[in-house]
Write a protein that binds this ligand. Structure first.
Ligand code: AP5
Ligand code: MG
Length: 191
């Protein structure tokens, strides 16, 4: 199975690249952020809890996310593989993902880390905030999200680097060029 993690700060292009990757390789896109936004829209118990954290730019507690993810994998078995977008975001989520995939006789083959400077991230997110009004795309919450990323999520790069699975990609180039960088690595790993 081709299981990929797409990794990077808020606004680095994880969702944009995931959509292109699933089309090319026939993978299933699992975006924990999108799933949580659906839960909020449907006012589920999980959605109500998640809304509190997301609106503050904080991470939703690990155990809620890990249970949600295991549940999704059970409900949507997929033979080709998954692209994990916005997950894992903490070391304990990464360890849980290893276990969850091992139980299904599979593993992560590559982690793509998109790097983009902060002022460009801010520009992209503010622009998107004006267009589609995402609850967390306002200046104050964006700054919080960026700080949480640095503190809790960025250390995961080292986790995957030690496993030899980390591939750094310049995320500030055009959408097409970033995609080409990613597919170059995938094609090399797979074929
Ligand atoms: P999540 O939905 O994952 O949001 P995020 O990480 O803040 O990232 P974004 O979705 O904002 O950005 P992106 O990297 O997908 O970029 P995109 O492609 O959209 O999480 C939201 C919240 O949910 C979290 O803060 C947390 O509270 C909670 N949550 C989610 N997962 C969790 C987890 N695992 N654990 C705990 N809590 C969790 O691009 C951004 C914009 O830039 C777009 O407008 C796009 O068109 C544009 N763009 C993209 N690429 C380029 C390019 N190359 N050049 C120019 N513009 C570009
Ligand atoms: Mg996204």
């Amino acid at each position: 199975m081709l299981n990929i993690v797409i990794f990077g700060a808020p606004g680095s292009g994880k969702g944009t690249q995931s959509k292109l990757i699933i089309e090319k390789y026939g993978l299933l896109h699992i975006s924990t952020g999108e799933i949580l936004r659906k839960e909020i829209e449907n006012q589920t118990a999980l959605g109500l809890i998640a809304e509190e954290y997301i609106s503050q730019g904080q991470l939703v507690p690990d155990q809620l996310i890990i249970d949600m993810l295991a549940d999704i994998l059970d409900k949507s078995p997929h033979s080709k593989g998954y692209i994990f977008d916005g997950f894992p975001r903490t070391i304990s989520q990464a360890q849980a993902l290893d276990v969850i995939l091992r139980e299904r006789n599979t593993s992560v083959i590559a982690v793509f880390s998109l790097s983009v400077e902060e002022d460009e991230l801010m520009r992209r997110l503010l622009q998107r905030g004006e267009l589609d009004g995402r609850l967390d795309d306002n200046p104050e919450t964006i700054l919080k999200r960026l700080a949480v990323y640095k503190e809790q999520t960025e250390p995961l790069k080292e986790y995957y680097k030690k496993k030899g699975k980390l591939f750094k990609v310049k995320g500030n180039e055009s959408i097409e060029d970033v995609f080409e960088g990613i597919t170059g690595v995938i094609d090399h790993l797979v074929y």
